[in-house]
Design a protein around this ligand. Sequence first.
Ligand SMILES: NC(=O)c1ccc[n+]([C@@H]2O[C@H](COP(=O)([O-])OP(=O)(O)OC[C@H]3O[C@@H](n4cnc5c(N)ncnc54)[C@H](OP(=O)(O)O)[C@@H]3O)[C@@H](O)[C@H]2O)c1
Length: 65
Amino acid sequence: MKILITGATGNIGKPLIQFLERSSNEHQIYATVRNINNPKNDFLKHSSIELLEFDFENIDHYPRL
Ligand SMILES: NC(=O)c1ccc[n+]([C@@H]2O[C@H](COP(=O)([O-])OP(=O)(O)OC[C@H]3O[C@@H](n4cnc5c(N)ncnc54)[C@H](OP(=O)(O)O)[C@@H]3O)[C@@H](O)[C@H]2O)c1
């Protein structure tokens, strides 16, 4: 299954991603972050997670997502 998680760096998103990674490797996890280069997002730079830069307030980001 393909799973898209927004708010991946937040209180809910971070443990959710960690849970999904532990539970199974059959899912393809996509995580959105506003700034891909922010060091606080480094925990997401994992091979099984594809990072996508996305800001809900930027209309230009929607087609790409
Ligand atoms: N925590 C709770 O107990 C709880 C309970 C009920 C409902 N909720 C709701 O669940 C959601 C997440 O809660 P949380 O506690 O995990 O929040 P949080 O820790 O404040 O995290 C917010 C997340 O949303 C991202 N974000 C903020 N503005 C964004 C934007 N314009 N575009 C894209 N991403 C954006 C932040 O990314 P950056 O890293 O880029 O800042 C961060 O990953 C919120 O809507 C909250 O109201 C939470």
